[in-house]
Design a protein around this ligand. Structure first.
Ligand code: NAD
Length: 480
């Protein structure tokens, strides 16, 4: 059984308490590794190591920082298969998905920010030749990065890469539910020669380790991705300390499908945006609004295709839907299906867990589920479920569907399907969300602003936005 260790001051170390937690393989429902049950003492040690390293790392040339990060990216690629397999075992996602999305995108994150820093420039403002302002951007020092379980290494690297590239030292906490690839990543950092203390990875529970990051006065900024409830806790604790915060939170994203769409493309992509990664991507579209003239045709084709999805062994290349990440999360998803029934919804397909045979008998599986007949305002349509469960509803006008789309507390992402370019632009401008995909989904250009509005988050990451977050500007005004 693998025993995961913390990565502090350049070394793999046991938690100060000496205690470990169980780490489950969700495909078989069994413990397969141990994870440090770290606490405040480990965060203090990590923060001290980062503090000791910060001046040297900030002074290290951008090119040198970039070179080290590129070496880490190379090592991710070299260990692609091992990392993909580890991600699939830890999370329950199909190996095929981990192999084609999670791990390649993790190395892309490292490469992107390692090279972006070489092209980043700060502003200057000329005042009619009499004065000139220029803006220095200095690293903050020691920052915290806290990431979730749904895209473990992908989102972990998305947070730490811009922090490191812009000259900060990091205390990072991956999700306790999926710690394995962050642990393997710490070994790659050692192999790549990342100086000690620059990145520290502390494993354990959110209420202990995450909370200690929020509380630690030496950690000056926090980049967090996770649930809205956790975001609220972090914000309420960090605000009186005036910590900089970037919060990437939950969503309840609408898919708006007009009758004049490219039907086959809309259907094919809706399958992915509904059920990829068992519906556990913050950008998945969980409310599907279809214009009435094609409603029945779309609904029937969508149900038929969903019936064909294979749920099962994440290792099998034919599996489309792997295991739900944990038993608790499976129970949460099932409870929402019960709620939908109570609210008057009709289950068109799915609606239940799946019991597999043999070694997978204790695993956590839920059949992809489509629910019809619910009001846009019911709880099922307002609250984030974060599983392979979507609702489908007809609409008649643009105004009506906009009202539905914007009716939740969330505002992360949306898709719009139409061949009418003016209508697409009109809708994109009126939907309250940080990202709108027109006739596509999950296409990512890492230069663009990424994040949500309303309860989906505060601030934007991506491209130079992330460098602006991880640096403090000083404006210098000079008399000429
Ligand atoms: P979560 O909020 O439970 O946990 C996220 C991280 O926060 C974990 O590392 C956890 O240990 C830590 N944490 C928990 N309690 C904490 C506390 N009190 N203080 C500090 N840290 C704490 O979220 P999750 O269940 O891991 O992830 C699913 C959620 O993440 C969903 O809501 C999903 O929409 C959201 N998400 C958002 C984005 C985005 O980019 N907006 C991306 C992926 C996931």
């Amino acid at each position: 059984m693998i025993t995961i260790q913390n990565y502090i001051n350049g070394e793999l170390v046991a938690p100060k308490s000496g205690n470990y937690l169980d780490n489950f393989n969700p495909a078989i429902g069994k413990v397969y590794s141990k994870i440090p049950d770290s606490d405040e003492q480990d965060i203090t040690a990590a923060q001290k190591a980062a503090e000791a390293a910060k001046d040297l790392w900030a002074k290290t040339s951008k090119q040198e920082r970039s070179d080290i990060m590129m070496r880490i990216a190379d090592l991710i690629e070299k260990n692609h298969h091992e990392l993909a397999k580890a991600e699939s075992i830890d999370n329950g996602k199909p190996l095929k998905l981990a192999s084609s999305v999670d791990i390649p995108r993790a190395s892309s994150n490292m490469r992107f920010f390692a090279t972006a820093i070489l092209h980043w420039a700060s502003e200057s403002h000329d005042m009619d030749g009499k004065f000139i302002n220029y803006t220095l951007r200095k690293p903050i020092g020691v920052v915290g990065c806290i990431s979730p379980w749904n895209l473990p290494l992908y989102l972990f690297t998305w947070k730490i890469a811009p922090a490191l590239a812009s000259g900060n030292c990091v205390v990072a906490k991956p999700s306790e539910i999926t710690p394995m690839t962050a642990y393997l990543f710490s070994k790659l950092c050692i192999e790549a020669g990342l100086p000690k203390g620059v990145l520290n990875i502390v494993h354990g529970l959110g209420a202990k380790v995450g909370n200690a990051i929020t509380d630690n006065d030496g950690i000056k900024a926090i980049s967090f991705t996770g649930g809205t409830t956790t975001g609220k806790i972090i914000a309420s604790k960090a605000a009186p300390k005036f910590k900089k915060l970037s919060l990437e939170l939950g969503g309840k994203n609408p898919n708006i499908i007009f009758a004049d769409c490219d039907f086959d493309k809309a259907l094919k992509t809706t399958m992915l945006s509904s059920f990829a990664n068992q519906g556990q991507i913050c950008l998945c579209g969980s409310r599907i609004f279809v214009e009435r003239p094609i409603y029945e045709k779309f609904r029937d084709a969508f149900v038929e295709k969903t019936n064909q999805l294979t749920v099962g062994d994440p290792n099998d290349p034919n599996t489309r839907i792997g295991a739900i990440v944990s038993k608790d999360h499976k129970e949460k998803i099932l409870s929402y299906i019960e709620l939908a029934k109570k609210e008057g919804g009709t289950i068109l397909t799915g609606g239940h867990e799946v019991s597999l045979e043999g070694e997978f008998a204790e695993g956590y599986y839920v059949r992809p589920t489509i629910i019809e007949g619910l009001s846009y305002s019911c709880r099922t349509n307002q609250e984030e479920i974060f599983g392979p469960v979507v609702t489908i509803m007809p609409f008649d006008t643009e105004e009506e569907v906009l009202m539905y789309a914007n009716s939740t507390e969330y505002g992360l992402a949306a898709t719009v399907w139409t061949e009418n370019v003016r209508k697409a632009n009109r809708m994109a401008a009126k939907i309250d969300s940080g990202i709108v995909w027109v006739n596509c989904w999950l296409v990512r250009d890492l230069r663009t602003p990424f994040g949500g509005m309303k309860s989906s988050g505060v601030g934007r990451e991506g491209g130079f936005n992330a460098f602006n977050f991880f640096t403090e500007p000083t404006n210098v005004c000079l008399s000429l």
